[in-house]
Design a protein around this ligand. Structure first.
Ligand SMILES: NC(=O)c1ccc[n+]([C@@H]2O[C@H](COP(=O)([O-])OP(=O)(O)OC[C@H]3O[C@@H](n4cnc5c(N)ncnc54)[C@H](O)[C@@H]3O)[C@@H](O)[C@H]2O)c1
Ligand SMILES: [Zn+2]
Length: 687
């Protein structure tokens, strides 16, 4: 049975975390102090339950709490020798754990343990940070909250900040919380309900004061030519720029992207003051690793021609990198971690929107959410006074904090296809579904493209669930879209949607297909056209639209054709299907030759006899083939197996394995070839 105090803490944390006005994703932490039993002595002991490192308040559960012995934690004050050595106190937390201690204690543990209140909330609300980053934040704090909220000057989170807050609370017995300069808020209470009410009171009072006292245009008047383009134009320009932007963001390391054209972003970018404010950078400590100290801002009007925008972005990117390197070298000391890469994580395009980047989709999306928080903070601070984030040297001390570096070093090794974006056509069924499932399991973001939207989306949801994504965040893993690959406009729209969903494209699998089994004299022109439209022309159209993205991204990539044994073997009664497959097979060689110079590999897979799970087989082809071979339809899998060299049935997963292998780093030097996945069919040997 959980301690009732812990149950209350989890409830309060989840409520506070589920409203974005209260804190940013994974920002802030909460705690309760209570009495437990020492299992060794049976005696009562004072414990601190506090949200551990990582995780999010909205979804916090008991396993996300660190549990510490309060008496030992508080005695650290006696051995603390000053700010120079405060980082060592984090290691000392391990010696204060109760039993195994649950989750790893975070850097904010000292604040919770040292403040003399049973319940403590530390949060990053936009309204509170607006006051915390206003040039006259201290005066505003007393004006808005009177004696009930105290100003604490900026200090990097840690043991000393905990001591500062504890001292201020003792000196101001009437205070219910404080504004942490440049950072956020902390509130406390004698009961869980009181702490929650105090937190919300600070957040709401700050928001109400901003609403009632802000100047009308905190970002200045609208700037001619920089306001939002009409939606269709905006999306078209975003999709056209996305591959170039991803190449800039991925100069040091491949990144996945997130795009938003939320009104709050477009409004900021359409204002006269946005260049000055963007240059000032973000302030809350949570931001620097996620958004870098500042974004890259395109300084051209929304109507600027694409080519001109691309040239200018290249110049701005070079300048951004030089500026970032200079920032690193201005502040790095002998003990600083190595520079982590100089590319921007946030790119702002006036009239179009914001692109944010990360090593995976969730990180990219959250970086964008953080910059929206930063815009809200800047609007509040500028509305009341002037936005004044913490000093650059302090930002550096957080971005390159040895404790942050240690956290990064503890992160699990990325999956083989992390930061890669796959599009699989015909992936709502059979082999394509197995391929999409495998690529997602290896860490790729996947786009399921098929004729039927509902089926495509349902497979995407299934794959997202299998990979542990919540219902709300399934699109971080997989999305489904409708596209007839034989329709050029539909293919282009699908590629654009994919590019806007994940920032770009890396792995394209031409799998969509269907199959008619007819003798020459029975094959109609319509049969011929259908087979060739979907498979020969369809894969040509998909490869063409995707190759443009791959070339602009400059990150290489893979195009994989699911051809067939029938592209080589002259099977019975198969003219339209097999001729179309032979066409696809030769596209592999032609495109491997043409795209090799861009680092793009093009290969094919030749499956045979994949009966189970295949819509082609269950939709009539199976019955026809069974009739041709003179066996019962349900025995067709076994029939195909016995005529193979390995006597094995081929499953969709076997084809998916080959697709993963060809896209993996191990086959980085292989292009223009076909891998048979047919359990061994001598007639289909390649030579
Ligand atoms: N099953 C086999 O034995 C076998 C053998 C060799 C090659 N192949 C090839 O593997 C691929 C997948 O076949 P499967 O067996 O999984 O079949 P399947 O019918 O289960 O899946 C094919 C998918 O392609 C989609 N599709 C059809 N026309 C489309 C279009 N115009 N645009 C977009 N999507 C379209 C279908 O809706 C379906 O979801 C096909 O190219 C097929 O020729 C299959
Ligand atoms: Zn904080």
């Amino acid at each position: 049975m959980s301690d009732p105090a812990v149950v209350d803490l989890i409830g309060r944390s989840n409520r506070l975390g589920s409203d974005t006005k209260n804190t940013n994703y994974a920002g802030g932490n909460t705690s309760v102090k209570g009495i437990g039993t020492d299992p060794v002595t049976g005696e009562p002991i004072e414990l601190l339950w506090v949200k551990g490192s990582g995780g999010d308040l909205r979804t916090l559960t008991e396993s996300g709490l660190a549990v510490l012995r309060l008496d030992r934690l508080q005695r650290l004050v006696d051995v603390y020798s000053g700010i120079e050595r405060e980082d060592e106190m984090v290691a000392a937390f391990d010696f204060c754990l109760h039993g195994k201690g649950g989750a790893a204690p975070s850097i904010d543990t000292a604040m919770h343990g040292l403040v003399d209140a049973a319940h403590v909330d530390h949060l990053h609300p936009d309204s509170g940070i607006a006051i915390a980053t206003a040039a006259d934040g201290e005066q505003l704090t007393s004006k808005i909250f009177g004696a009930r909220v105290v100003w604490v000057p900026w200090r990097r989170p840690g043991f000393q900040l905990g001591l500062d807050i504890a001292k201020i609370k003792n000196q101001h017995p009437q205070a219910l919380g404080c504004i942490l300069g440049g950072h956020g808020i902390t509130a406390w209470g004698a009961t869980s309900a009181e702490s929650e009410a105090n937190s919300l009171w600070i957040i709401d009072a700050a928001a109400a004061y901003i609403a009632g006292n802000s100047k009308p245009d905190p970002f200045g008047p609208a700037q001619d030519g920089y306001t939002a383009l009409p939606e269709a134009e905006r999306h078209a320009k975003a999709a056209a720029l996305a591959p170039t932007l991803r190449s800039l963001a991925s100069y040091d390391k491949p990144m996945v992207g997130h795009f938003t054209d939320a009104e709050v972003v477009l409004d900021f970018l359409g204002s006269t003051e946005h260049p000055r404010l963007a240059e000032l950078g973000t302030s809350c400590p949570d931001h620097f690793l996620r958004t870098k100290v500042k974004p890259l801002v395109l300084d051209l009007p929304a109507s600027a021609p694409l080519e001109e925008s691309i040239v200018r972005l290249g110049e701005l990117h070079a300048a951004y990198r030089a500026d970032y390197q200079a920032y690193y070298h201005r502040h790095a000391t002998d003990g600083s971690p190595a520079m982590r890469g100089a590319d921007p994580l946030i790119i702002l395009v006036p009239g179009v929107g914001m692109f944010s980047y990360g090593a995976n989709k969730q990180t990219a999306r959250v970086a964008g959410e953080f910059y929206v928080n930063a815009i809200n903070v800047m609007r509040g601070a500028e509305g009341l006074s002037a936005y004044a984030p913490i000093k650059e040297s302090e930002k550096f001390k957080i971005e390159y904090w040895s404790l942050e570096e240690a956290k990064l070093a503890r992160m699990p090794k990325p999956n083989p296809l992390a930061a890669r974006i796959a599009l699989v056509t015909g992936a709502a069924s059979g082999i394509g579904k197995a391929i999409a499932t495998r690529l997602a399991a290896e860490g790729a973001c996947v786009v399921i493209a098929d004729l039927d939207l509902e089926k495509a989306q349902s497979v995407a949801r299934e794959i997202a669930r299998e990979n542990g994504a919540s219902e709300a965040n399934g699109a971080d893993v997989a999305i489904g879209l409708a596209a007839d690959v034989s329709d050029e406009a539909a293919v282009r729209a699908a590629i654009n949607t994919a590019v806007l969903a994940f920032g770009g494209l890396d792995l394209i699998v031409n799998n969509a297909g269907l199959s008619l089994s007819k003798a020459l004299l029975d094959t109609t022109v319509a049969d011929w056209d259908l087979q060739h439209d979907v498979m020969a022309k369809g894969s040509f159209l998909v490869s063409k639209a995707a190759a443009k993205v791959l070339i602009e991204q400059k990150l290489g990539g893979d195009i994989v054709y699911i051809a067939s044994k029938n592209s080589i073997v002259a099977g019975p009664n198969n003219i339209a299907y097999s001729a179309a497959k032979a066409d696809q097979a030769h596209q592999v060689r032609l495109l491997a030759a043409e795209l090799g110079g861009h680092g793009v590999k093009v290969n094919g897979i030749n499956p045979d006899g994949v009966v189970r799970g295949s819509g082609i087989f269950s939709g009539g082809w199976g019955a026809q083939r069974a009739a041709v071979y003179g066996v019962d339809e349900e025995d067709l899998g076994a029939y195909y197996a016995q005529r193979t060299l390995l006597k094995r049935e081929v499953l969709p997963e076997n084809v998916a394995n080959a697709v993963f292998a060809i896209c993996s780093a191990d086959l980085s030097h292989t292009t223009g070839t076909h891998i048979p996945v047919d359990a061994g069919v001598a007639a289909a040997f390649l030579r």
